[in-house]
Design a protein around this ligand. Structure first.
Ligand code: BES
Ligand code: MN
Ligand code: ZN
Length: 488
């Protein structure tokens, strides 16, 4: 789908439906439709349409003998309307246009459409248009594609960046939605290599032999129970000339999490193809960086493994030596993400980045704490954490900070024959998991951990999400990297 900009009166765009975004109790934007404004106002009040956020009404009106179709989309109260309200309004609109099989449409969202609004609208359109239907064999079950939407006075740079960000997020969604029989550690590594080739990134993949030679016995242990061995993936985006900063983005890459010998029950195992969401977000981010070319060096790090029970699987009680030299005692093989991340974070630290962000579908406890729509944020540097919280308010990717300073909770991880044990009881499970990770972050490196177990995957559609993978985290990380480049 194309998103473009136009600057014409409503009379000059007669041939296509027009969408008008309005505020709650302030329909002043209807003025753009000039002669139709009064009729529209009447219909909206008769239909009791208030312009609340996440609402849409279709209004076909007669002009002479021809039907002119309007879509009026609510943004909520004018003083409260956020970028995410524009993003969701655009998504709700595009979902409806798809359903109505409308190939072309125009959007009027106000007279002044700046960079950020244009970006938000474009993102909403492209994210809302997403569907995963490649495995449906009947053509009619494939959804209709909208060809082009044009934004009144859309700001070109905002449309361009919004398109790259949303496409990166959709790319991550496509990968996460692929099941475990299609994407396993080996095929994920191949996807990374193909991406690197196509987009001019560096990519180094380490196989199971090299993983062990490097001392990554943590990643190896988690992966060795599967018929498909683990892979370690290191992508690099290098700008031309001197970079302003060096960042590492680390993603949990469990292509399937059965729980291992501590096997999950059926209900909990279902959807565990999404346990690679962090890794897929990393791939989406690297793709977008190659397109946007900021002056920042970025390393994308993925430990890819499949957690399976078998005769060669790691066991409860096993003691594993990690790449850092620290030893881990395995209490529960289903707390595998943190074990793989121990080596991934240590490796990332060895690259001496100023900042590391990791994204991981790490704990069910985080979903219990915050609900499924918000990711947990954990950090060793409050300024860095606050920075991402600030970004997230604009991207609509909800983040909430959880504490890392609870010494009593931290002690529980040390009750072990080894240096650290991989679980510390039910209470505060998201926090103890984050504390575990912190042990493997190098001295002096600012680090944020995002526990995306909740928002990475939804069982029902809403806003700009469809059922399934969301690509959560891609835009917030990218906006952070872009803000480093711009120095804002
Ligand atoms: N991948 C899961 C966490 C998860 C749960 C992600 C639900 C998305 C939705 C993780 O590997 C896991 O199994 N965690 C355990 C940890 C426990 C054994 C300490 C959990 O949360 O139950
Ligand atoms: Mn698990
Ligand atoms: Zn897992």
């Amino acid at each position: 789908m194309e998103v473009s900009s136009y600057e014409k009166s409503y009379q000059e765009i007669k041939d296509t439906p027009l969408a008008i975004f309005v505020f709650e109790e302030d329909f002043s934007n209807l003025k753009y439709a000039d002669a139709f404004a009064e009729k529209l106002n009447k219909v909206l009040s008769a239909e009791n349409f208030k312009g609340k956020e996440d609402t849409l009404i279709k209004v076909p009106l007669l002009e002479d003998d021809a039907v002119r179709t309007f879509y009026v989309v609510g943004l909520g109260k004018k003083d409260k309307a956020s970028f995410d309200d524009y993003r969701r309004a655009s998504a709700i609109l595009i979902k409806r246009l798809k359903k109505d099989k409308v190939p072309f449409a125009h959007i009027y969202a106000g007279e002044i459409i700046d960079y950020k609004k244009s970006k938000a609208i474009t993102e909403g359109l492209i994210l809302g248009h997403y569907s995963f239907d490649k495995y449906k064999s009947k053509k009619e079950e494939e959804s209709f594609s909208v060809e082009r939407v044009s934004i009144y006075r859309g700001y070109e740079e905002g449309i361009k960046v919004g398109r790259v960000l949303a496409q990166a997020q959709n790319y991550a969604r496509d990968l996460v939605n692929e099941p475990g029989n299609v994407i396993n550690p080996i095929t994920l590594a191949e996807i990374a290599q193909n991406l690197a080739r196509e987009y001019g990134l560096e990519c180094k993949v380490y196989d199971e032999k090299q993983i062990q030679e490097m001392g990554m016995h943590a990643l190896w242990s988690v992966g060795k129970g599967s018929a498909t061995p683990p892979r370690f993936i290191h992508l690099t985006y290098r700008p031309q000339g001197e970079p302003k900063d060096r960042i590492a983005i680390v993603g949990k890459g469990l292509t399937f999490d059965s729980g291992g010998l501590n096997i999950k029950t059926g209900d909990y195992m279902r959807t565990m193809k999404m346990d690679k969401s962090g890794a897929c977000a990393v791939l989406g981010i690297m793709k977008a960086l190659a397109e946007l070319k900021p002056q920042i060096e970025v390393h994308g790090i993925i430990g890819a493994a499949e957690n399976m029970p078998s005769g060669s699987a790691y066991r409860p009680d096993d003691i594993i030596k990690t790449m850092s030299g620290k030893t881990i005692e395995v209490d529960n093989t289903d707390a595998e993400g943190r074990i793989t991340l121990a080596d991934a974070l240590w490796y990332a630290s060895s690259l001496k980045p100023s900042h590391i962000i990791d994204m991981a579908t790490l704990t069910g406890a985080c979903i219990v704490a915050l609900g499924e729509y918000t990711a947990g944020l954990f950090t060793n540097d409050d300024n860095f954490g606050d920075r991402l919280l600030e970004m997230s308010r604009e991207t609509g990717e909800r983040l909430w900070k959880l504490p890392m300073d609870d010494k009593k909770l931290r002690e529980k991880l040390k009750k072990s024959d080894a240096d650290i044990v991989n679980t510390a009881g039910r209470y505060g499970g998201a926090i103890t998991a984050a504390m575990f990770l912190e042990e493997f972050v190098g001295e002096g490196i600012k680090w944020v951990h995002l526990d995306i177990a909740g928002p990475a995957y939804f069982k029902e559609e809403f806003g700009y999400y469809s059922k399934g993978a969301t690509g959560f985290g891609v835009r917030t990380c990218l906006e952070y990297i872009l803000s480093l480049d711009k120095g804002t």
